[in-house]
Design a protein. Structure first.
Lengths: 849, 144
């Protein structure tokens, strides 16, 4: 009979995997043979079980030894029991049927006079308890809890907590034991009691009030710990038992979260202040306590000065050398920024400093935090910092920065000139890291601008930038488009070359050359980018043909278009052929066709997140939503508030109704035929007032969430941006079944899911007048979703409905993926002079976010 | 809010200890160990923090020479505190084996479990005093 040691050696000395496998197989076979021997003695069984455990460590099958483990622990010698229980815990789990054979041994051993034997049985029960074992053995655990032995009571308290998880009904049995456990001095017992409290709190709602009665006892422990100077037994780097500290704070905050009226809050607030001032030695153990304290501050209803203290602690963490401390500080700041944004603002410099950190996960969080603290006051400073950061940042962060910074500029930019300058610097630096969505929103912004001088400035700057940074895809794309649209503004002007300081005139030939340069660059990462540039260049060439005067240059433009007629890409080829047709048209026709594009609305983009965060905040809101009732009312109120801010209903209502009775002029029909697109290009011929937008108006537009594309100028859209077309195509409804969620005989509301998945859901809400003769007016739809989801709502297309008439609005929900779609809807309308308000819930969709 | 599992791996990804505090199948365990090793071994230990997101959980780890001690915890848990407990665990092992090295752990792997079961129970801290735990372990060893 070889020993465990020789088995381990045999495995370790194996030179090849094959010999190792052979050694393992041989030993495994020997163990099986040994187990088959009915007269196997204790000693040999022990050796075999210890080898079996080594097989377990190696990841080999061990199921054949399950019964032998149970036989071993039933032995009378302590050594056998110890190994037997150990093996049982590792090899068996609560799903094994043989577990029933264990009940008897556990029952006997928990009553064993030797505390260590009873301890083994308790630990085993705690690790592999099944619901059946929990019900069979809880009385044994309870007896030990009522005893006086601290070594066993601490174990029993944890086991009790575990049993409650398996069978929540047991909480009644163990709840009364808590006070006496909390009176113990032993830290182990108190730790056990705290875990027991947390377990009861989460498994048995009815006991929560009873648990809160114990809060003063917990506070007393916390106070004692805070005032203890040095305790040799539990000290960790100058902090008396940080683990107990953490557990106490954790339990207190679970008990007090969302309980704003508890009388103990004040003393907890006081104690927290004391803890913060006492535990302050910048050692890792102290930091773990402070970190827990900060989390507690933001989970309970603490006063504002305490919250500021919390933020200050975190910012102090940021200045420490230890990566781990900085990491948790940034993470927590991201979670709590909404509570005390101003306090976080104050530490802007520290946060920005972390952008230079050596750890990418820290840089990533610092970056996200930088965007979170951005506002109208600091946007200039922070943008400058971010542009510097971009110069040597990680490639994987660049797309995030371009998107976020563009969004932030839309929100906070102080003026349009600065905005354009920033965008150009961004395009110059990281033009290859823009998403097509963001690029088209930049173009939309350019087109929205009505200040000719500014556009002139912008286009000149773009031309200037792209003649030296022509391998930045985004920059070239934007420049190409702008040349096509606005060449007439800059022709004949000049700029100073940044390197040679020479003045360069912008002539027709120069622009043609620039376009050719873009087309000849094949440095872009993907062929799709090269194709996209070509598509834009073709459009630009066509547009320029109506603006150029010199026949030679016009001929060069024709060459550009003709050269793409045999392109492998179908889209490019079709365009080239179509464009060359238009190219040959008389100039008067072309002038009308190639008129400047009407400004499309700028799409609002959701900020994106780098990190999947499960925040404190969301957790506390979960707790809140479980207390139902009042909250849902608030949600609706929130919504009402939001609605006031959203752009005027009338505007959208008007334009979309005009959209319905649009008669396309022949040119448009012609064009839409050319492009193979039916009337899906929304266009209106109604001469609406030319947009008198000042900068502020434009910025307001970013706040709008309109899905319908509307145009407000007399001109007809000629060549929509490719990406716009794509978007429109995406918006074409897929065949989806609609669900009627509400019908009171007068009005029905149906939901049609359009696109659900990846954390977002787009739904169309259709409202129909179901009456036979009455007109329903003042229709008002308010929706609310659960707190961890976000809702975007487009205004209703028509709020007056004739009998049988229909109207719709778009609805977009974003939130953590996997979340169920639940919408609370409040419908208000007027019928026959009477106003009606109804409320209903909609949640019958099977798809999740 | 407790430990999901604790494992010790060497740099090659060989498992030295594994303790699972929730019920999962052997195949899942193998997959997890492989994923964890891939995640941890590729990290820069000078510059990077000792925390990694792992599925919806967090890994907290420390490296002692060639050996990683890794604890998987809930995303809400206090990483710093678990980092301290790993250190406490290793300190106890060090005193218990009298200057511990990887070989001790290989040949006495079952003893690591004895230590673990005095420190944690069902994934929760059970005792946080190094002296008390060592005292008890030595006493129990005499019973063997």
């Amino acid at each position: 009979m070889s020993s465990l040691k020789s088995f381990i050696k045999a495995v370790r000395n194996s030179k090849t995997i094959a010999t190792e496998r052979a050694a393992i197989r041989k030993e495994s076979a020997k163990i099986r043979t040994a187990f088959r021997d009915v007269h196997l003695d204790d000693q040999n069984r022990r050796v075999n079980i210890s080898k079996l455990l080594y097989l377990y460590i190696l990841g080999e099958p061990t199921y054949f030894g399950q019964v032998e483990c149970l036989k071993l622990l039933a032995s009378n010698t302590f050594a056998s029991k110890r190994l037997g229980y150990l093996a049982t815990m590792l090899i068996l789990d609560e799903n094994q049927e043989v577990l029933t054979l264990l009940t008897n041994s556990l029952d006997n051993d928990m009553k064993h006079p030797n505390q260590y034997v009873a301890g083994l049985a308790l630990v085993t029960l705690g690790n592999i308890a099944s619901p059946e074992l929990a019900r069979d053995l809880y009385t044994n655990v309870d007896t030990i809890l009522m005893g006086t032995n601290p070594y066993l009571r601490k174990k029993a308290a944890i086991v009790a907590a575990k049993l409650i998880e398996k069978d929540p009904d047991l909480s009644e049995i163990f709840l009364p034991r808590i006070p006496s456990l909390l009176n113990e001095k032993s830290h182990g017992v108190v730790l056990g009691a705290l875990y027991l409290m947390r377990s009861i709190f989460s498994n048995d709602e009815s006991s929560r009030e009873a648990l809160k009665v114990q809060i003063p006892r917990l506070l007393a422990h916390l106070r004692l710990l805070t005032t203890t100077g040095y305790s040799p037994e539990y000290d960790v780097k100058g902090v008396p038992d940080p683990f107990l500290f953490v557990s106490l704070l954790q339990t207190l905050r679970i008990l007090l979260a969302n309980d704003d009226t508890n009388t103990n809050l004040e003393s907890l607030n006081d104690l927290i202040t004391q803890v913060c001032s006492k535990i302050d030695n910048a050692k890792s153990s102290a930091n773990s306590v402070l970190y827990e304290t900060v989390q507690t501050i933001f989970m309970i209803n603490s006063d504002s000065s305490l919250k500021v203290l919390g933020i200050n602690i975190l910012s102090k963490f940021l200045t420490q050398k230890d990566n781990n401390t900085r990491y948790v500080a940034l993470n927590t700041l991201l979670n709590v920024i909404n509570y005390e944004p101003l306090a976080v603002q104050r530490h802007r410099a520290t946060v920005v400093g972390c952008l230079q950190d050596g750890d990418i996960s820290i840089r990533r969080r610092a970056l996200e935090l930088t965007f979170a603290i951005m506002n109208a006051q600091n946007v200039r400073v922070l943008t400058k910092e971010l542009l510097t950061f971009l110069k040597n940042s990680d490639d994987e962060l660049k797309p995030y920065i371009t998107t976020q910074l563009t969004i932030a500029c839309n929100k906070y930019s102080p003026n349009l000139k600065w905005h354009f300058e920033t965008l150009i610097s961004l395009l110059k630096l990281v033009g290859n890291y823009f998403s097509s969505d963001i690029l088209s929103s930049i173009l939309a912004l350019v087109m929205q601008n009505t200040d000719i001088e500014l556009t002139k400035f912008l286009v000149t700057e773009l031309v200037k930038a792209s003649s030296s940074f022509y391998n930045e895809y985004g920059l070239c794309l934007v420049t190409t488009w702008c040349i096509g649209e606005y060449a007439d503004l800059i022709l004949g002007t000049s700029y100073e070359d940044p390197v040679t300081k020479k003045s360069i005139a912008i002539t027709e030939a120069f622009l043609v050359q620039l376009l050719e340069t873009f087309l000849n660059i094949s440095l872009y990462d993907e062929s799709s980018q090269t194709n996209q540039i070509r598509i834009y260049a073709l459009t630009a060439a066509l547009k320029l043909s109506a603006k150029f005067k010199d026949a030679k240059n016009i001929e060069s433009l024709r060459k550009i278009i003709n050269s793409s007629k045999d392109n492998f890409n179908l889209e490019i080829q079709i365009r080239a052929i179509e464009y060359s047709e238009i190219f040959g048209q008389p100039i008067t026709t072309k002038k009308g066709l190639l008129e400047r594009m009407p400004p499309p609305p700028v799409k609002t983009h959701e900020g994106i997140s780098l990190i999947n965060r499960t925040s404190l905040v969301s957790k506390s809101s979960e707790h809140k939503s479980s207390s139902a009732g009042a909250d849902s009312g608030n949600l609706l109120l929130d919504l009402l508030g939001d609605d006031d801010k959203s752009p005027i209903d009338g505007f959208n209502g008007g334009s979309s109704s005009s959209q319905q009775n649009v008669k396309h002029e022949t040119t448009i029909d012609l064009l839409s035929d050319i492009f193979g697109m039916s009337s899906s290009i929304p266009s209106t011929t109604t001469p609406a007032a030319p947009s008198n937008s000042k900068n502020s108006d434009i910025i307001n537009l970013f706040g709008s969430t309109t899905n319908t594309t509307t145009t407000t100028t007399t001109t007809t859209p000629v060549i929509p941006l490719p990406s716009v077309i794509q978007q429109q195509q995406q918006q074409q409804p897929k065949v989806e079944s609609s669900v009627e969620a509400f019908n009171d005989g007068n009005l029905s509301v149906t939901f049609t899911p359009k696109d659900i998945g990846n954390g977002t859901a787009t739904l169309e809400v259709n409202v129909a007048n179901k009456t036979t003769s009455s007109t329903i007016s003042n229709i008002n739809i308010l929706c609310a979703v659960t707190k961890h989801q976000k809702l975007q709502l487009s205004p209703i297309t028509k709020n007056v409905l004739a009998p049988g008439d229909k109207s719709s609005l778009g609805l977009k929900i974003t939130g953590p993926s996997g979340g169920k779609i639940k919408i609370r809807v409040k419908v208000g309308y007027e019928l026959g002079g009477e106003s009606v308000t109804k409320q209903f819930d909609f949640g019958s969709l099977k798809q999740t976010l | 809010m407790s430990i999901q599992f604790l494992i010790a791996l060497n740099r090659q990804g060989k498992l030295r200890v594994s303790k699972w505090y929730n019920t999962i199948t052997d195949i899942q365990k193998k997959i997890i160990i492989r994923k964890v090793h891939k995640l941890i071994s590729s990290r820069d230990h000078q510059k990077q923090s000792n925390f990694v997101n792992f599925d919806n959980k967090k890994l907290v780890y420390r490296r002692y020479n060639g050996l990683f001690f890794i604890i998987c915890i809930d995303s809400q848990d206090n990483e710093l505190s678990y980092l301290e407990i790993i250190h406490l665990f290793v300190e106890i092992l060090d005193s218990y084996f009298n200057n511990v090295c990887e070989l001790d752990l290989i040949f006495n792997f079952f003893k690591i479990y004895y230590v673990l079961d005095e420190l944690f129970l069902a994934g929760e801290f059970q005792e946080t005093s190094k002296e008390l735990i060592l005292e008890r372990l030595n006493y129990i060893d005499r019973l063997d």
